[in-house]
Write a protein of this length. Structure first.
Length: 72
């Protein structure tokens, strides 16, 4: 797996290390600016790819809820 030095991924990697997770997804939201995003981490390439896919789905659902009020 390629090393990702971004602060967001470092936070997810740190969370996994501290709490024993093989996969971590962190959603972040700033309602003032309207920014929303995520950081994902997986212990292996396969887990990392899967965590990103799950994070994409979660982000899409949250964005839909915030913009329309519609629950997935």
């Amino acid at each position: 797996m390629a090393w990702n030095p971004s602060p967001e991924v470092a936070a997810a990697r740190d969370f996994a290390s501290r709490f024993g997770g093989e996969q971590v997804i962190i959603l972040h939201l700033d309602r003032t600016s309207g920014r929303i995003g995520y950081a994902s981490y997986g212990k292996s390439k396969r887990l990392c790819d899967d965590a990103k896919t799950l994070a994409d789905v979660a982000l899409e659902a949250v964005t839909k809820y915030l913009t329309t009020g519609e629950r997935p």
